[in-house]
Design a protein around this ligand. Structure first.
Ligand SMILES: [Zn+2]
Length: 849
């Protein structure tokens, strides 16, 4: 026989979930849903489930009569749930309303439903809020002691239901938790609130140390038990405590932290106002009921559900499909979207073409690249100084771009992508509603990108390059401007990580001729460098038993001869520098240090005398896009048992010390010992010694021989172990680096505007390449009046991008308030020599915190 089952308050947190359970039953029982609200999305959902919906209020007797007059089962969930939890938050008017709806409304229902009708009514554990001491395992016979309006009215409801003569089941619910797919969440419930905070890496505040105990119960199990009580003819006129876990508030916070370790828990040690209480569920379990869900599971789900949509801070987010399924027929991969879509655009694009150059003010853009490849360029329009970022989208990638992010696609292959849209994309509305033009990439820039972008690893040729950090579009760091009006050439400055060989490298190749043909950086200017190379020369002479008459030493990328000078001083006759910068080669030759002007490549190799005992390469090994040729040439320059000694900036230091300003276009590569070993293995070369040295804020010196059987020293394996432990092979370490670098940017911008507050005069000191990277990334220009520089070649010029004048210190007429030392690795040297220039010396590094 068919029954009529009415759910009152059907659109709420419990009601929605309960309706879902009844959806399967609506084909043989009549299910009616009632609510005082009308939420169209949920009502149409009810229709799909074959559930009747009627909008109306439980205070409206006529309405109740029409809909409940012939009910067999009533789930009475109506009532105000947005209630005060502590006395000081309650107010008389609201209390009156709560009581009126609860008591009068319930009595209306009780008056109208037929005698045979069974009423299922959720009461609450809060009816024991008046307990003075902690009490555990309260059973169903305990006398309630309500204080506030909400619990008082629940106690009254319980009495009225018991006295009505109807069949009933009253459920004293613990705090109901859990993600609801149908209703907007009840966020004021403690486990839900904590999960929401945790999903956003937030801070959970625990008052009184979170010692209060609470009885909790999962949403899904609550509605399961309610339906069970409706179905069950034998259980009548009973009260059940419907609770599952009893935990302290602190324990709930700790579970949240377990699922998202980035959650902070803050404990205050004030006095516990109410130690809490717990309800026993013994009677409930005796019915044979089994809980399906657990607190840990629910919290984990909630954190996941919320963070999926909101935890993704990337402006543009690239991902691969998941849950791959492969069999003989082929492959299935799933892509989870952030929201439902209603339109799919199918778009073909020809190699070399460009699309977009626009943004969507409201819509999120979702693209699935089915075939081909494109470079995506994007920039947030919400803040003024946001950098322009690029990355490669490969076949099978999905890419989600947030609203108000200008974006452009440059196709590097013939491509097909699907545009997955929520909302409209009418062509006639282009430029009016969904899409607004924004000129992000010019035709010329497109050409440069197509020419310069690097899709495979420079070291191993692998294709698995992942983004480490983007410092935006930047000018070439050492190409100082002759005048303020001169245009900078800008290129993306972005570091990628090769997950095959662990080398880090830039995403683009800039023509080396643009950077190295006229080089303004004179190594000999720095006392630190002069001393460094003097020490090194003496060490090599001793260890490799070099003799001034017989030994032959080559320095690749010899600059002004700074590394060879000490050998010259030791009367070495056979020394040769190789230097592409004309001005530097000329300067070295003038000093009688024989220098070949050119790049080290196959062509120049013919002109250079071979059989060297030592080939030195200091800070040039990072400077090559065509590494293989360079390494091959170096091997051809040494004699059979000769040694190559390479100094490079050490990636581990860059990552650890956050010296992101070591990243500039000249440095194509960022090495670790791990990646260097893989690289030299290709040539059969053997790294037999590795030393850490302190130039450039932390460098690595490696010794290489041709003979693969060369005995390897212990320091190699030791350093490798250290790198592994640091996480050199773990992409997450690189992502953390990126996040921290962006934090630094925020801090510096904040700190410099503080320094500037009283119209303080700030000058910079030193214009090394790292200053160009840092200032351009931070977007600092007008804040600094001048940059003082000792290198005469740089004086009178302008810092690229930010166009700050570079001057000699004689030019300064008045003492500045602050001297911001941009060549921060020479801070002490600079401060000591220039105390007259400013009242205070600050290293730019000090602004990073
Ligand atoms: Zn690689």
């Amino acid at each position: 026989m068919s029954k009529k089952i009415v759910i009152v308050g059907a659109l709420g947190y419990l009601g929605s979930e309960l309706c879902k359970l009844y959806s399967g039953e609506s084909w043989f029982n009549k299910i009616v849903a009632i609510d005082s609200r009308f939420v169209s999305e949920r009502v149409s959902q009810l229709k799909d489930w074959n559930i009747e919906f009627h909008q109306g209020h439980i205070l409206d007797k006529e309405f109740i009569k029409t809909n409940l007059g012939d009910a067999d089962i009533v789930h009475h969930l109506a009532g105000i749930t947005d209630v005060a939890y502590v006395k000081k938050e309650s107010n008389i008017d609201k209390d009156e309303e709560i009581k009126k709806i609860a008591i009068e409304g319930t009595n209306n229902i009780l008056d109208i439903i037929p005698q045979k009708c069974k009423i299922i009514f959720p009461s609450t554990h809060v009816i024991f809020e008046g307990l003075k001491e902690m009490k555990k395992n309260i059973d169903e016979n305990e006398s309630p002691c309500p204080i506030l309006a909400y619990s008082s009215s629940k106690v009254q409801n319980e009495k009225d239901i018991k006295n009505s003569g109807n069949n009933y089941v009253i459920l004293r619910l613990g705090s109901v938790y859990g993600y609801s797919s149908t209703d907007t969440m009840r966020i004021n419930i403690m486990p839900n609130l904590f999960s929401k905070i945790a999903s956003q890496n937030g801070t959970i505040n625990l008052f009184s140390g979170g010692q209060q105990i609470k009885s909790l119960v999962p949403l899904t199990d609550v509605v399961r038990f309610m339906k069970l009580m409706g179905d069950n003819n034998k259980i009548n006129r009973e009260i059940f405590n419907l609770t599952k876990e009893t935990v302290t508030v602190k324990e709930v916070a700790e579970i949240c932290k377990k699922f998202n370790p980035k959650t902070t828990i803050k404990i205050t040690e004030d006095e516990t106002p109410n130690p809490g209480y717990s309800l026993s569920n013994k009677k409930l379990l005796n019915t044979g009921f089994k809980f399906f869900y657990s607190l840990e599971e629910s919290i984990s789900t909630m954190i996941k559900q919320w963070s999926y949509k909101q935890n993704n801070f990337d402006l543009e987010y690239k991902s691969r499909g998941e849950k791959e399924f492969v069999d003989k027929r082929g492959k299935i991969i799933n892509y989870e979207l952030t929201e439902p879509i209603n339109l799919i655009g199918y778009i073909e694009s020809i190699r070399g073409s460009m699309r977009a150059n626009h943004y969507h003010p409201v819509q999120e853009q979702k693209v699935l690249l089915v075939k081909g490849q494109f470079i995506s360029i994007y920039k947030s329009l919400l803040s003024k100084n946001s950098p322009k970022i690029t990355h490669v989208i490969n076949e099978g990638d999905s890419v989600v771009t947030k609203p108000n992010v200008a974006h452009t696609m440059v196709f590097t292959k013939d491509s097909i992508f699907l545009n997955l849209v929520r909302g409209e994309r009418e062509h006639e509305n282009y430029g009016i509603t969904h899409t607004l033009p924004y000129s992000l990439v010019s035709d010329n820039e497109k050409k440069e990108l197509l020419k310069n972008y690097k899709f495979d690893c420079r070291s191993c040729g692998g294709l698995n390059l992942k983004r480490v950090v983007s410092l935006g579009y930047q000018p070439l760091a050492n190409n100082l401007l002759k005048s303020k009006n001169q245009e900078d050439e800008m290129f993306p400055l972005e570091m990628n990580y090769c997950s095959d060989c662990h080398n880090c490298q830039l995403s683009v190749v800039v023509d080396p001729k643009k950077m190295f043909s006229n080089y303004l950086y004179l190594s000999s200017t720095s006392k630190t460098f002069r001393e460094h190379f003097e020490k090194a020369a003496k060490k090599y002479v001793k260890e490799f038993k070099l003799s001034p008459n017989k030994s032959y030493i080559i320095d690749v990328g010899s600059n002004d001869g700074v590394a060879l000078k000490p050998f010259q001083n030791l009367k070495f006759k056979n020394i040769l520098g190789i230097e592409p910068a004309k001005n530097l080669a000329k300067a070295a030759n003038k000093e009688k240090i024989k220098t070949y002007n050119g790049f080290l490549d196959k062509e120049s190799l013919k002109k250079i005398k071979k059989n060297a005992d030592l080939v030195l390469a200091s800070n040039v090994f990072a400077h090559s896009d065509d590494l293989k040729t360079m390494a091959e040439c170096m091997f051809k320059l040494i004699k059979k048992d000769g040694t190559i000694i390479i100094e490079i900036q050490y990636l581990l230091n860059t990552l650890k010390d956050l010296t992101f300003d070591n990243i500039y276009h000249e440095h194509y590569n960022y090495w670790s010992l791990t990646s260097l070993i893989t690289f030299f293995n290709h040539f059969g070369g053997k790294i037999f010694r590795a030393e850490k040295i302190d130039t450039h804020g932390g460098s690595l010196r490696i010794y290489v021989k041709k003979n693969p059987k060369t005995k390897v020293e212990k320091n190699v394996s030791e350093l490798l172990k250290k790198e592994e432990k640091f996480g050199i092979k773990n992409y997450k370490v690189y992502q953390d680096f990126s996040r921290k670098v962006y934090n630094i940017r925020d801090n510096v911008r904040k700190n410099i505007s503080n320094l500037k507050k009283n119209n303080n005069k700030i000058i910079g000191y030193g214009s090394p390449a790292k200053a160009t990277t840092a200032l351009n990334f931070f977007g600092i220009s007008n804040e600094i009046d001048f940059i003082v520089e000792d290198n005469k070649l740089k004086q009178g010029k302008f810092l690229p991008g930010m166009k700050i004048p570079i001057i000699s210190k004689e030019f300064l007429k008045q003492k500045a308030d602050y001297s911001l030392v941009l060549a921060w690795n020479f801070f002490n040297e600079i401060k000591k020599k220039n105390v007259d220039l400013a009242h205070k010396f600050i290293s730019i590094k000090d602004l990073e915190i």
